[in-house]
Design a protein around this ligand. Structure first.
Ligand code: AHR
Length: 498
């Protein structure tokens, strides 16, 4: 059996986790909004048309923020179409996903839904087909109490109190050629700077996210980020990053599970670019990272390419995730936690039906495989992230060299230390040890995880618990040493409590 070692010191800390790294994303795309969270007339719908079954699962996940309304969708969205009496709202062509947008769910419904789901909004403004003026109007509608055109409009539409939205995205993926109204770095950098200035003019207390390059593989990556920040550094708080993994880019499962090495390097590169601009500007301010789209995405791409245009809520991006995807998602969560000093916001993209941990049909809602590592991280990953050294045998794959079979991170809070660990070895269990003499008086409260014989196992409405967590791991804590045997291809959450 292979052996691994985890080395921790309670005084060697990365940072406190910002709970917003357990955020997610709802876009007007496919069945995310319509049939996902909103379906008047459905037997699970409440008096507002919100799906109660979906909401229950979202509450279980304890999702702190939800990004909305896109994504690509936002770059051709007129937010005014989605407010006011429903009978006056126009149906519009959404050019991003080539579907029909009925606008029966909009900004005010989203805010009501956020309150009911116990989450907070991360609102995006359209900097594709629109600009600073509409961004000024929407923030006035949302954050000003009364006495002005848009704040009074909100009150007239039934929301007397301001929505008080704290966090705003300045557009979405603006260097992507697929984006409606895509821009060059200079065009976007200037627009982001001026829009930020104007939005802060309306509400100086908000936080703003500028678009980083939409992918590490983009030709624009790097120079885009430096140029954009060169313009708007003083007015924004975060730079965005997006990353999805697609099995067709990997040789095999071992190579696929190694993808977190790329995510880790991507975060380090973006942090370096932010710090380069900081140095050039002689600034004291640090720009943090909003990793506001991350996930696995490949199962649905072929089917989506063949869809008819202009349908209402067609099934799009409905990846059915398997056990292997859940392992990679666990690894991605470990990677985000390891960078808790720089990554302050992250959104699993997305939340319901569209590349999502939660699926719905007319007859129910169920948890996909990736739901489980996300739940574990959200529940046990809040606290102080410890610098976590891992000694592990390594392997090479097509895209990566020196991939440790074992990946791990530890998070400590007042009476608890949790170790998240991924055993990437597809064939062998691994015996691990961790010297925890500094945690005298603690005991193993739980050793949960995910394991399955079949990497391709999935959950369906008929068989929703095919891939479900176990709570019978063998972690033991004796004489200050934690020992455990981590099953081959397994996700592990070892919780020690006082
Ligand atoms: O999350 C799906 C899409 O992926 C988003 O709309 C876009 O921002 C990204 O390309």
């Amino acid at each position: 059996m292979k052996k691994g070692r985890i080395i921790l010191d309670r005084d060697y800390r990365v940072a406190e986790t910002d709970p917003r790294i357990f955020g997610s994303f709802i876009e007007h795309l496919g069945r995310a909004v319509y049939e996902g969270i909103y379906q008047p007339g459905n037997r699970f719908a409440d008096e507002n048309g919100f799906r109660r079954d979906t909401m229950e699962l979202i509450r279980e996940l304890n999702v702190p923020i939800v990004r909305y309304p896109g994504g690509n969708f936002v770059s051709n969205y007129n937010w005014e179409d989605g407010v006011g009496p429903r009978e006056n709202r126009p149906a519009r062509l959404d050019l991003a996903w080539r579907t029909m947008e009925p606008n029966t769910f909009g900004l005010d419904e989203f805010m009501d839904w956020c309150r009911a789901a116990n989450t907070a909004p991360m609102m995006a403004v359209n900097l594709g087909t629109r600009g600073a003026e509409q961004a000024r109007d929407i923030i006035e509608y949302c954050n000003i109490e009364k006495g002005s055109k848009f704040s009074d409009l909100r009150r007239r539409y039934g929301h007397e109190k301001p929505h008080d939205i704290r966090l705003w995205c300045l557009g979405n993926e603006m260097d992507g050629p697929w984006q409606m109204g895509a821009k060059t770095a200079t065009e976007y950098g200037r627009l982001a700077e001026e829009t930020a200035k104007i939005m802060r003019g309306v509400d100086p207390t908000i936080e703003l996210v500028a678009c980083g390059s939409c992918g590490v593989g983009m030709k624009t990556f790097g120079t885009w980020d430096a140029t954009v920040l060169g313009h708007c550094y003083d007015y924004v708080d975060y730079l965005s990053m997006h990353q999805y993994f697609d099995l067709s880019q990997n040789a095999d499962a071992a190579d696929f599970l190694a993808n977190t090495l790329s995510m880790d390097a991507f975060i380090s590169s973006v942090a370096s670019i932010c710090d380069y601009v900081k140095a050039v500007k002689h600034s004291k301010k640090t720009i943090h990272i909003s990793f506001d789209e991350w996930n696995v995405w490949y199962h649905s791409k072929a089917a989506d390419a063949a869809r008819e245009p202009w349908c209402l809520a067609p099934p799009l991006l409905e990846d059915i995730y398997n056990f292997m995807d859940a392992l990679l998602v666990g690894g991605m969560l470990i990677t985000l936690l390891k960078h808790a000093d720089r990554v302050k916001i992250a959104c699993l993209a997305q939340l319901v039906n569209v590349i999502a941990p939660i699926m719905t049909s007319d007859t129910g809602a169920w948890r996909q495989t990736i739901y489980w590592p996300y739940l574990h991280a959200s529940r046990y990953g809040r606290g102080t992230v410890l610098q976590t050294l891992v000694e592990s045998p390594k392997y090479d794959s097509r895209n990566y060299t020196d991939v440790p079979y074992l990946d791990a991170v530890a998070v400590m809070d007042e009476n608890r230390v949790t170790i998240f660990a991924l055993n990437r070895d597809l064939d062998e269990d691994m015996e691990i040890t961790c010297d925890l003499r500094q945690f005298d008086g603690y005991h193993v409260a739980r050793h949960m995880g995910l394991s399955h014989d079949d990497l391709e196992a999935v959950n369906t409405e008929a068989n929703p618990n095919n891939v479900a967590p176990t709570d019978d791991g063998n972690a033991a804590f004796r004489d200050g040493i934690l020992t455990a045997v981590l099953g081959k291809k397994s996700w592990n959450v070892m919780v020690l409590e006082k």
